[in-house]
Design a protein around this ligand. Structure first.
Ligand code: NAD
Ligand code: DAU
Length: 336
């Protein structure tokens, strides 16, 4: 049985991936996570006693500790989800983004090399390509043109992965996915924030004119694509992941209000995000044709399931929004 070291497995996508992989493969999984504000052990409560799963609290920047875990657990491969992931927080302060997203990835690449691991999969993002005009889509050959400290740190990590593959022949691959939604997403991101504010009859803060476009994919479809790239992807390649579901933010917000039976008067247009990317859209032809992958969920159904998950799991997000998150929320939205 092969063993994968998953980093950042207590976050939104990492925790969904671990659950998906335990169910749909026979890998053993060692999860290391620093448990920042975004990491939550409760995201994996249902798998914590699974014999194929083990957790260590560890920072990916800690070379000695991660090295010890790789050796002790005899892991075969790494999938790197760990990151500071929120654009707005990177605008408030970027240091942690450079540390975790760039230095942390570098540590993992060095250790992959030292232990001659079989595979290193970097979970990247479509934001490394920058912003699109009204036409066209990002392909794997679109030049990198990141616009926020967050996306610049992710693009830097991608370049390191590329260089380690080119220079040392490291068995590395990269995925670049569009915006995810689904259960366990931290309530600072658009969809959970709007659902929770609507449930609580609080204003829904829409940046600028609300016409920025994101390309949405259900998190389980992203996890399925990651497993496919991990198993069948060609070393040294980049794979875009997306579900062809572009929507302006304002449409999503209105849909959430309608689904929850709330009034559109809750919508509040606020000052725009500095440097706000206008449009993202993924061309996923490569993963579809080369790896025979396709998304299994439609937005219409999966967004309803997501809204009901937040309705049914109030205690999960109530605990979060009463904690440290409150300070960030005040700081970011106070003057908008
Ligand atoms: P998240 O913020 O929900 O989770 C990040 C996790 O990483 C948390 O559990 C956190 O504790 C952990 N972490 C942070 N710094 C760490 C460190 N130094 N050492 C160990 N663990 C650390 O993020 P997410 O939305 O689940 O995103 C996961 C990955 O997917 C990121 O790399 C992100 O760039 C990428 N991605 C996200 C999206 C999206 O829509 N959310 C889309 C495409 C790609
Ligand atoms: O595209 C993939 C990326 O998607 C990931 O790499 C990032 O980790 C992830 O956070 C996400 O980045 P975005 O900036 O696109 O996601 P966010 O949920 O922060 O915002 C989505 C859109 O909604 C964006 O146009 C900004 C807008 N927005 C967001 C918030 C939090 C608002 O209008 N109001 C808000 O309060």
């Amino acid at each position: 049985m092969k063993k994968i070291l998953v980093t950042g497995g207590c976050g939104f996508i990492g925790s969904n991936f671990i659950r998906y992989a335990l169910k749909n493969s026979d890998y053993e999984i060692v999860n290391i996570d620093k448990l920042t504000y975004a990491g939550n052990l409760k995201n994996l409560i249902d798998v914590q006693s699974d014999k194929r799963y083990k957790f260590y609290k560890a920072d990916i920047c800690n070379y000695e500790l991660v090295s010890y875990i790789i050796e002790k657990e005899k892991v075969d491969s790494i999938i790197n989800f760990a990151a500071e992931s929120h654009v707005d927080r990177s605008i408030l302060s970027s240091q942690e983004f450079i540390r975790t997203n760039v230095t942390g990835t570098n540590v993992l690449l060095e250790l992959t090399r030292l232990y001659s691991l079989e595979r290193f999969l970097q979970i990247s993002t479509d934001e490394v390509y920058g912003s699109l005009g009204p036409d066209g889509k990002f392909t794997e050959t679109t030049p990198l043109s990141p616009n926020s400290p967050y996306s610049a740190s992710k693009a830097s990590a991608d370049l390191l992965v590329r260089a380690y593959n080119h220079t040392y022949g490291l068995p590395a691959l990269i995925t670049r996915c569009s915006n995810n939604y689904g259960p366990f997403q931290f309530p600072e991101k658009l969809i959970p924030l709007m659902i929770i504010n609507a449930i609580n009859n609080k204003p829904l803060p829409v940046y600028g004119d609300g016409m920025n476009v994101r390309d949405w994919i259900y998190v389980e479809d992203h996890c399925d694509a990651i497993l496919k790239v991990f198993e069948k992807g060609e070393i040294g390649e980049v794979y875009n992941i997306g579900a062809e579901n572009e929507m302006p933010n304002i449409e999503i917000v209105k849909l959430i209000l309608k689904e929850l039976g709330k009034d559109e008067s809750l919508i509040t247009f606020v000052k725009d995000r500095p440097g706000h990317d206008r449009r993202y859209a993924i061309d996923a032809t490569k993963i579809k044709t080369k790896l025979n992958w396709k998304p299994n969920h439609t937005f219409e159904t999966a967004i309803k399931e997501t809204i009901s998950w937040y309705l049914q799991n109030k205690s999960w997000w109530e605990e979060i929004i009463s904690g440290d998150y409150l300070n960030y929320y005040k700081k970011w939205y106070e003057e908008r």
